[in-house]
Write a protein that binds this ligand. Structure first.
Ligand code: BES
Ligand code: MN
Length: 441
């Protein structure tokens, strides 16, 4: 199957965008995609950016046809912890009908499904039902820092009626799922500086504040016991859930039981008054993604570390402003930091939340394509994950984004043993074709 061969080839590139050791692999992946798209007869360009390249490809645009921008990302997350992988992370391995590899689901499997659907249609008809503009980037997993300026600089070239993306989930195997909302994100790194050098904790302990203790103390000011964020102004403007969505998500079955089983936690957690799905899909959060400082080696070492750090990300919902959230977080941390340490705060990437009306004309077209592909009822959901460029498509190109995901709940995206069923590659090919037919009609 040529689609499977293409996916396996694409997966072998270790295109880890965050790690400069993999810059050549990331570029090689982009170049392979360019050659692939060119070979399909699309006019394809690799655009340099200050980071990883952007790929733009088009068929011949015909006046009067709808223009669809197909977005995807060829970069992947790091593979650590390596010891947890059952097969090497960049050697795609098929077990029980699933392809195991970093990027298998997020996003190469879903991206290659689209590319393969297009390749088939072009081979059969030498034409597509729409004007198509492909936009693939290599920096989604690091917050798309260079793509928003790229959109602004290439507005005309990227002008479109609608954006389509497969980079979200399915509620279950075989259930067509339309995602009409995503959470946004704001990231920040905090260093807690104490003494100018590591100190003997016996000689100085008691008179000098320990940065690791102060980091832990600061982190503990972020939440109350059920995870409500304690930063002043954090919930300002947060849109309440809509009644219809609460009902329709409740009809999807027992989300709490599923999440308990998938995650292996002893018990769930969350704001009272919200179901587990509501907490994940439509409520904002603050998360500690990393925390450290001091001695990490074997045995004990009696030291007061000179510094400690923690890394935070906030998941956002409409209408929180991602930059303002960083302002509020910084003000909170500075207000709570004791005078005995000095904070160094580095702001990271941001991306807005996204929400559309799933029953707009274009949303209905997407739902029909899902129904044609999967049969049965289409699930309407929001997702807790972020695709930072999606709201920028709305702001810069005035286009809504149709999110038609193929990721299964147990795909292990970002984790060891990420996987994607060959059946979803096949379904994705049909979904691409059904979607372009619907959007072309
Ligand atoms: N495909 C995901 C986003 C996603 C995950 C949507 C789960 C729906 C459900 C995307 O590749 C991703 O992981 N995004 C990052 C963005 C961040 C690094 C800026 C995320 O959400 O952490
Ligand atoms: Mn991802």
């Amino acid at each position: 199957m040529p689609a499977l061969d293409d996916l396996l080839t694409c997966l072998r590139f270790a295109s880890v965008s965050t790690d400069s050791k993999h810059n050549d692999d990331t570029r090689a992946c982009a170049q392979w995609l360019v050659a692939k798209l060119q070979g399909m007869g699309l006019t394809t360009q690799l655009h340099e950016t200050p980071g990883h390249p952007v790929i733009v490809a088009k068929n011949k645009h015909v006046a009067g046809r709808r223009t669809v921008l197909l977005y995807g990302h060829y970069d992947v997350q790091p593979v650590e912890p390596l010891s947890e992988w059952l097969s090497p992370p960049f050697e795609p391995t098929i077990r029980d009908g699933r392809i195991y590899c970093r990027g298998a689901t997020d996003n190469k499997g879903q991206l290659i499904a689209h590319v393969s659907g297009l390749a088939e249609t072009l081979a059969q008809h030498n034409d597509l039902p729409v004007n198509l503009t492909i936009l693939f980037e290599g920096e989604e997993e690091i917050g798309s820092p260079n793509l928003k300026p790229f959109l602004e600089a290439h507005r005309q070239e990227l002008a479109c009626d609608v954006v389509a993306i497969s980079d979200t989930g399915m509620v279950a195997e075989g259930v067509g799922t339309f995602t009409y909302g995503l959470r946004g994100i704001s990231c920040m790194e905090v260093k807690v500086h104490g003494p100018s050098i590591d100190l003997h904790s016996g000689i100085f302990g008691g008179a000098v504040a320990n940065p690791a203790t102060m980091a832990a103390r600061l982190v503990s000011t972020l939440h109350d016991a059920e995870g409500r964020v304690q930063i002043d102004g954090f919930y300002d403007g947060v849109q309440p859930l809509q009644e219809w969505e609460r009902k329709s998500w409740a009809d999807l079955g027992d989300g709490a039981a599923e999440t308990l089983a998938l995650t292996g936690v002893p018990a769930l957690f969350g704001e009272s008054g919200y179901t587990e799905r509501e907490c994940r899909w439509a409520r904002p959060t603050a998360e500690v993604n990393g925390i450290g400082g001091g001695y990490q080696g074997e045995g004990s070492k009696t030291v007061i570390p000179r510094e400690a750090f923690f890394k935070l990300s906030f998941r956002l919902v409409p209408d929180q402003n991602a930059e303002r959230i960083l302002d509020l977080a910084e003000a909170h941390l500075r207000a709570h930091a004791p005078r005995t340490v000095r904070l160094e705060i580095k702001r990271g990437h941001t991306g807005s939340a996204y929400l559309m009306n799933p029953n707009s004309a274009l949303g209905q077209a997407a739902q029909r394509a899902l129904k044609t592909t999967f049969g049965g009822k289409v699930a309407l959901i929001r997702e807790g994950g972020s695709i930072p460029i999606v709201q920028a498509f709305k702001d810069v190109l005035s286009a809504d984004t149709l999110l038609l995901g193929l990721a299964l709940p147990d795909c292990q995206a970002h984790a060891p043993n990420e996987n994607f069923p060959i059946a979803n590659l096949e379904a994705g090919i049909r979904l691409n074709q059904a979607l372009l037919r619907e959007l072309g009609a």
